[in-house]
Design a protein around this ligand. Structure first.
Ligand code: ZN
Length: 168
């Protein structure tokens, strides 16, 4: 008979996934990168988080293979931003599910605190994490937008995994 510590950890894929995805800051960092906000200072401002916390989460997500660093030039000096890997992009249904569940069960403190998961192809809101409930299409980052009213009037098309060779 398995011990509690067996089924509660390595023998259960939910528990294994939570090794990475169970950390709230990790999911919020992924949210920012999906929103196209992968630069440290901008993420820090949006998340209102200490440098040390953000640095630790970014390092953990890079080590786990969900994010990678990519060089960019801000006109003054070379800098680095964080982009999704295919493994990171695969977390999209997890984030969609968290948002859809929260919209159903966690009251928003204000109208603008709502967020919709939108299928870009048909423009409709979906209430399923991986399939458009309006037209039946499978949702990928390339075909999904998030409409967070605290961010924009219109849905924002999500970032996808960096193309091969784009990472530096
Ligand atoms: Zn659709």
């Amino acid at each position: 008979m398995p011990l509690r510590s067996d089924w509660s950890h390595r023998n259960c894929s939910i528990a294994r996934g939570l090794d990475i995805l169970g950390d709230p800051w990790a999911l919020l960092v992924l949210r920012e990168v999906f929103f196209g906000n992968g630069r440290f200072d901008a993420m820090k401002a949006r998340l209102e988080v200490a440098d040390s916390v953000l640095t630790k989460r970014l390092g953990g997500l890079v080590d786990a293979g969900l994010l990678e660093k990519r060089a960019y030039d801000d006109g003054r000096r070379p800098r680095q931003e964080y982009v999704l890997t295919p493994k990171g992009e695969d977390t999209l249904p997890v984030l969609n599910a968290v948002s859809i569940w929260a919209e159903k069960h966690m009251p928003a403190p204000a109208d603008r605190a709502h967020m919709d998961v939108v299928h870009s192809g048909c423009g409709q809101r979906t209430t399923s994490a991986d399939t458009c409930t309006a037209c039946g299409a499978r949702l990928t980052a390339a075909t999904t937008s998030w409409h967070s009213r605290t961010r924009s009037d219109q849905p924002i098309q999500l970032s996808t995994a960096a193309a091969d060779g784009a990472a530096a």
